[in-house]
Design a protein around this ligand. Structure first.
Ligand code: SF4
Ligand code: SF4
Length: 91
């Protein structure tokens, strides 16, 4: 079942060797092998464009350094000092 999109990946067609390990390992199944061939004569992996959770599993499965980059969405920072409210700081 696809999770909430919290990340995205980019795949370098020049580095990808089309082994398919990332496609098989991706939990929400948001990677696929492209139907067209790359310059190396392989079907490179590509991102569907949705459902990536940013888990990084594809990155760790890929045998080609630099083929996959994973980007994670960062939650907005909460204020360090409480804003208003009925309790004042103790010190
Ligand atoms: S980071 Fe996780 S969810 Fe995103 S494409 Fe890679 S394996 Fe799939
Ligand atoms: S694991 Fe790496 S080399 Fe294999 S298909 Fe995916 S991106 Fe390409």
């Amino acid at each position: 079942m696809p999770g909430k999109a919290r990340g995205k990946v980019t795949i370098s067609v020049e580095e990808c060797k089309g082994c398919g390990l990332c496609v098989e390992s991706c939990p929400p199944k948001c990677l696929q092998l492209a139907p067209e061939l790359s310059a190396y004569g392989v079907h490179p992996a590509r991102y569907s464009g949705h459902d990536c959770t940013g888990c990084g599993i594809c990155f760790y499965c890929c045998p080609e350094p630099g083929a996959i980059k994973v980007y994670r969405q960062i939650a907005p920072l909460k204020p360090a000092v409480p804003q208003g409210g009925e309790h004042a700081p103790a010190l």
